[in-house]
Design a binder for this molecule. Structure first.
Ligand code: T5A
Length: 223
């Protein structure tokens, strides 16, 4: 069995959660998933996220985003916790699911670490690449949908939704560097990363996501 991994990436409030939910409903209710089951090795659909994709990862997510007490988290500690979350998620959930033929919709993956800890925190890129390699054991996404929206717009959307977590509360400068990270990653990996203009309405964004997913599903079936 051969599953496929579709990752959604972008700055805070770019709309990943909203679009993953819409994509899940569409794939299930349009009959597309049922069709895939008969015409490809895809057997089922799962939705997951980083950090927090398993029970243990949920505890790491809590530490990362809502730590208690006054002690500031060191940048390398943050990087290692994201790597620990990913290692657990990949080995304990993603790889077993993909081996069973899952079509996986995942909220964030390795590019987030490059963008946030590499560009945002300015940690060494070689170190991040090595940790990503260790944590993923070589697993890469089949398709990454980068929801591109101006940082100010994304942060405003996230703020309107409720109280920000530890990373959302970082400086605007930090989030601008993260955005630069996603921009350069998309330029460096045009085959894997598809840019979606996420500044438009939910409906318009969703139309482009549907088109990108349908295009790639056809390519994978033909391969
Ligand atoms: N992180 C993660 C790292 O630093 N390194 C890593 O390696 C990894 C994996 C995760 C945090 O961890 C960091 C990045 C993050 O800071 P999280 O809670 O999972 O934290 O938060 P985010 O991934 O940032 O997700 P958010 O929930 O903040 O944003 P989403 O999911 O992109 O946005 P969404 O869909 O919740 O939408 C936000 C609001 O905007 C509205 C929605 O209704 C919602 O209210 N909205 C729109 N409004 C207008 N137009 C549109 N097109 C809209 N789409 C959505």
């Amino acid at each position: 069995m051969q599953g496929r991994l579709i990752v959604f990436e972008g700055v805070e409030g770019c709309g990943k959660t909203t679009q993953i939910a819409r994509s899940q409903t569409w794939l299930l209710e349009s009959g597309l998933l049922a069709q895939l089951k008969t015409q490809s090795q895809i057997s089922h659909l799962v939705v997951t996220r980083e950090p927090g994709g398993t029970e243990l990862c949920q505890a790491i997510r809590q530490l990362l985003l809502h730590p208690t007490g006054q002690e500031a988290m060191q940048n390398r500690t943050e990087l290692l916790l994201y790597a620990a979350d990913r290692s657990q998620h990949v080995a304990g959930f993603l790889k077993p699911q993909l081996a069973k033929g899952a079509l996986v919709l995942c909220d964030r993956f390795t590019d987030s670490t490059i963008a946030y800890q590499g560009y945002g925190r300015r940690l060494d890129r070689n170190l991040i690449d090595q940790l990503n390699q260790i944590a993923t054991d070589g697993l890469t996404s089949d398709l990454t949908l980068w929801l591109d929206v101006a940082v100010e717009v994304g942060l405003m959307r996230a703020k309107q939704r409720g109280t920000g977590d530890r990373i959302e509360q970082a400086t605007l400068d930090f989030h601008q560097r993260v955005q630069q990270g996603f921009t350069e990653l998309a330029q460096a990996h045009p085959q894997r990363i598809v840019r979606i203009d996420a500044s438009r309405s939910e409906e318009q964004v969703f139309k482009d996501i549907q088109a990108a997913i349908q295009h790639h599903l056809k390519r994978w079936q033909a391969a």
